[in-house]
Write a protein that binds this ligand. Structure first.
Ligand code: C2G
Length: 136
């Protein structure tokens, strides 16, 4: 069984996230998603999530490609996660291209960056909604 892991905030879940999760699952048989906690998002990514960790976890767990959701509390947990969950392949969108290549040396995992879905993002959704409200 080939085990995959990916990380993210997945707030205002959209089809760009789903495209990533689908393609990640296609690389193996079991997909672990490390979901950024509210504290990690705020303290480390300055992201204020619209949905809480529990709500974002519930959404992810309902996706057919996702087999397990674990919390992401720190930038530094990836090596231990790969070991603890016996991960074969680490996958991220290519906006992170190169950022996690160190995992190739530190673990036996393959590192793959998949092309992002270009036209959609949570910040764009928020912007559009703000504009619509202003113009309504
Ligand atoms: N993504 C994508 N296409 C989009 C938007 C996002 O493929 N249009 C991908 C991102 O590249 C990432 C995943 O979906 O692989 C989750 O995106 P975010 O929730 O924005 O994750 P991020 O804040 O980048 O967190 O330790 C790593 C971080 O937790 C990654």
């Amino acid at each position: 069984m080939k085990r995959i892991i990916t990380y993210g905030t997945f707030d205002l879940l959209h089809y760009g996230h789903i495209n990533l999760l689908r393609r990640a699952k296609e690389q193996g048989d079991y997909l672990v998603v490390a979901l950024s906690t509210d504290e990690f998002n705020w303290n480390q990514k300055q992201k204020k999530c619209y949905f809480s960790f529990e709500k974002r976890k519930q959404l992810l767990e309902s996706i057919r490609y996702v087999d397990l959701v674990i919390p992401e509390n720190s930038w530094d947990q990836k090596i231990t996660d790969i070991t603890e969950y016996h991960i074969d392949t680490f996958i991220m969108g290519d906006d992170w291209s190169g950022e996690f290549d160190f995992l190739k040396e530190k673990t036996k995992a393959e590192v793959i960056y998949l092309p992002r879905t270009p036209e959609v993002s949570t910040s764009q959704i928020k912007e559009d909604l703000k504009l619509r409200r202003k113009n309504s």
